[in-house]
Design a protein around this ligand. Sequence first.
Ligand SMILES: [Zn+2]
Length: 113
Amino acid sequence: MFKPGTLFRLNRSCPSCGFVFERDHDEGFFLGSMSLNYGVTLVLFLLPVLLLWYYKVIGDTLAVVLAGVGAVGFPALFYRSSRSWWLMNYYFFFPHHLPANGGTGRAGQDDNT
Ligand SMILES: [Zn+2]
């Protein structure tokens, strides 16, 4: 899904089968992956740090450092997975849009039914 040798650059289409990941005039599609990334960072990283701090397992300074570093680092580490999860999520709910099922991919907003 990503260009070889890069961490964050998405291929426009699959080099093996030609499946289109990024369509023209569909810039907002992957905003959902950013929301997913944000939610996962909040629930799986920042909330545990907050609870560890609240129950005095870790100190104030460590909690602030972990939260600050994690708030930037965790989304960066999870970036590739969140893109994949979002694409998978879309075709889980709209399997008839898959070219293999006779669809044309994400053709447009009117095609979301
Ligand atoms: Zn493919």
